[in-house]
Design a protein around this ligand. Structure first.
Ligand SMILES: O=P(O)(O)OC[C@H]1O[C@@H](O)[C@H](O)[C@@H](O)[C@@H]1O
Length: 303
């Protein structure tokens, strides 16, 4: 649908409008009493969220993100599905699945009684997805833009066989300087250190996570309450997860950042990914006709 038609049909006066953004991508721009936010139906991806009065965005989006159909966009909250990480079948399919590179359909947008804004987007299997993964599914994301940002992903198995997935909200948090932050909540958890190569024995997290080299870890049995303390931006980002048993913490550091065509050379300082995930041994099996969920709520607090 064209932008004018979208605005006429689904826009909400002074609250929600559709625009053309980077790469000509359709954007949903929200401004309510609590916050401003931008969501693109491409990948069902939240790109920006800033509470009213806050100086800085919750999320990082790379200035070199592709915004090209068929490619992933680096930043915001990419949805990784039906696999998280490299192609589990080793067939060279996209890292983190294909759903973040597909246009989703807007199924509802509404202003709630408390003034928050709710967006629902959906995507289902078609010939193109079945060529990549022979499963029948319907995926829905619900995004609540209020005093907090909440993202909930629901997978419905529409097929005749059990559906096995891994999945994640691959959130890129905007930070003042990654070298000065602390990630809290994973103390004492065991993690697989992917920066040191697969197959390493799990290591136990000793204290808060700090970034002084490449960090690429899968934490097992992750608790539901996490936080990022950012002394440079003077804030604490709270992350409350739902139905997620693993947490990936990723910062590419200098070399990997320079190798990534969709990051600027110094961007490793500007973000940390703390990802709400079910991966590694946490494969989810969904019986036919049933659904599985994963979600997270993000809150910005002053330090
Ligand atoms: O696909 P993106 O958004 O570039 O993210 C890639 C990174 O995603 C992280 O989740 C992985 O742990 C890293 O190994 C990977 O490099």
């Amino acid at each position: 649908m064209e932008i004018d038609a979208l605005n006429a049909e689904l826009g909400i006066a002074d609250r929600l409008r559709f625009t053309k953004g980077r790469g000509g991508f359709t954007m949903i721009e929200i401004e309510n009493a609590f916050a401003t936010a931008t969501i693109t139906p491409y990948g069902g991806q939240v790109l920006h969220y800033r509470p009213k009065g806050a100086a800085d965005d919750l999320l990082f989006v790379s200035g070199r993100a592709h915004f090209t159909p068929g490619k992933e966009n680096k930043g915001g909250i990419p949805i990784c599905w039906p696999w998280f990480g490299p192609d589990p079948a080793g067939q060279g399919r996209l890292i983190h699945g294909f759903i973040r590179c597909l246009p989703w359909r807007l199924s509802a947008c509404a202003e709630l009684e408390d003034g928050a804004t709710r967006i629902r987007l959906r995507v289902a299997d078609d010939d193109a997805t079945r060529a990549l993964c022979p499963c029948a599914f319907e995926l829905g994301v619900e995004i609540l833009v209020g005093s907090t940002l909440s993202v909930s992903l629901t997978t419905c198995n529409r097929g005749q066989d059990p559906l096995r997935i891994t999945q994640g909200l691959h959130t890129y948090f905007n930070v003042g300087d990654a070298r000065r932050i602390r990630v809290l909540g994973l103390e004492g958890c065991r993690y697989i250190d992917k920066a040191r190569g697969a197959g390493d024995a799990p290591i136990v997290q000793d204290g808060a996570i700090r970034v002084g080299a490449e960090v690429n870890r899968i934490y097992e049995k992750a608790p539901a309450r996490l936080a990022i303390e950012d002394p440079v931006l003077g804030r604490r980002l709270r992350i409350d997860t739902r139905h997620s048993r693993t947490c990936v913490v990723w910062n590419p550091w200098v070399e990997v950042c320079r190798e990534m065509e969709d990051l600027g050379d110094e961007d490793y300082r500007r973000f940390i990914c703390v990802e709400t995930v079910n991966t590694a041994s946490e494969v989810i099996e969904i019986p036919p006709g049933q659904a599985a969920h994963i979600g997270a709520e993000y809150r910005v607090e002053s330090l």
